[in-house]
Write a protein that binds this ligand. Sequence first.
Ligand code: 5AD
Ligand code: SF4
Length: 429
Amino acid sequence: MNIHESEKIAGTLEDLGYSMCESTEDADIIVFNTCCIRDNAEKRALGNIGAIKHLKKAKPGLIIAVVGCMTQQDGAGLNLRAKYPYVDIVLGTNNLFELESCIKKIKQSGNKSVLIDPNEYPQVLENEKIYRTSGCNAWLNIMYGCNNFCTYCIVPYVRGRERSRKMANIIDEFKSLLDQGYKEITLLGQNVNSYGHDLSDGSNFATLLEKISQINGKYRVRFMTSHPKDLNREVIDIIAQSSNICNNIHLPIQSGSNKILKLMNRHYTREYYLDTVEAIKSKIPDCGITTDLMVGFPYEEEQDFEDTLDIVRRVKYSSAFTFIYSIRKGTKAAQMPQISPQVSKERITRLIAEQNKVTKELSKGYEGKSYEILCEDNAPKKDGYVCGRTDSGRMVTFKGDKSLIGSFVNVTIEKSQSASLFGKITEEE
Ligand code: 5AD
Ligand code: SF4
């Protein structure tokens, strides 16, 4: 979501005549697109804003803007202005479209802008300028905001309530991306499965996926993120039936303990979650399932953590994002008794080790088999090699020229090393 928002910021700047430069020293404008989902993301953003103070002294005409969800927290806009007076523009998540007018204003009159209004959620914007940076992959927003209020999460406070784009506009953007040559399109939303609930035309995620999958052409569709309480059987069936929709579902469970899930306000139990996973595996046997896991949530005891480990062993995720819970001011969980950081650190180490075991075991299962790969990029630090993903989302490195980037190739997996798969092209399509 943040990468795509940065693409929109870059699109606005490009439209104003700016072009990308290599170093901050060369820049005429620097825009920090911040995130406040966890404490370390926020600290990093503040550290980066602090680190360019000297540039403004050396080049007074330099424009510095801070945007994104960090600025949208209570009082954050004014705090930023007080602590970092050299910042010229502060914008929230829902009024990024004002960037253009703020830049013009500062150039014309030197007037700084702090424009945050967390209570006003404008209509969904269409026809945004986008400077795409992800090769043959493109991101496509289908909705904004979240209504769920998980007790640990700041997102509903800083991004507002759910707003869905009209299906016709999404389809138009999708077709235009295919016309521009993009091969893989990832549908984005905080909770894609509630797409359409706020529209009065009967649209929902299942019908959107079905309509998209009927568009002519050779392409892949991914989507994120699915809330386990909302991922229904209809969506699973459509994925199973469609060759364009990747067999890959990101299904954040957060915790394997019913006690913790209730405290988190997640609205599902481990049994309900495992039932959904069972339905996915029976309908889509090769589906890559990934997740987000959190340790150290208030009241988490050893048994609760063991329940999370048990889920990792049962589901066999192809990969997992693992986080230590961090307090977000203004959320319900911030009022709950916090557990010791040492306990959280010890648990995350054990959790990562458990997931690594699963990933290694799954990787072995890929050896000797052939997969269709969308060649996406040069392999990092490996001259003469390229990389791309299987339909299920696993990254594979193989020998090949960069001219293959953007095309589909068949690759046989020769060897695996923990999470990495290495193969050789058996056939180009
Ligand atoms: N602390 C730690 N992790 C969090 N996430 C969201 N809020 C917090 C928090 N306060 C994680 C969740 C979510 C992912 C995007 O970030 O696992 O799924
Ligand atoms: Fe945050 Fe929960 Fe919404 Fe995800 S579903 S963005 S975790 S409140």
